[in-house]
Design a protein. Sequence first.
Length: 147
Amino acid sequence: MAEDADRPIAHHEVPLSQVRTRSADLAAMFEYFTTVGLDVDVAGLRRDYPEVGWHTFTDWAAGQDWPTLTAAIDAMLVESWATRPAPDRLSLTPDGRQRLARIAEHVDTFRTISTAGVSQDEYCTAVHVLERMTRNLETATDTTPTP
């Protein structure tokens, strides 16, 4: 990923106790990964679900628009959403945390309003259909309709 981003990227493990203060579910997942582990039959998943459009992490990283992502990070630094406690690390500022919390509230409100009266099955079906439509458009060789 560092090669594709054309900048150093270092791994920093966040203590589970710190993760737990943000999300008990996320902490439980990471704790499971580090204590029990995860064994995934990648070949079987690719075989059984070819419509997913599987890719490797390397392929994903190579396909990202790193200049745009880097510009977004730089904007967060300029706007004081984040700071760099070390050259290869980013951290939200207290103001950035407050802004993020306000955005999360707006997203939660939007999600509540937009899914009112929609069952979980209906929601999952809608997401699946929209994802499929997106893949169709992304893989279409000619998106111009013929008259």
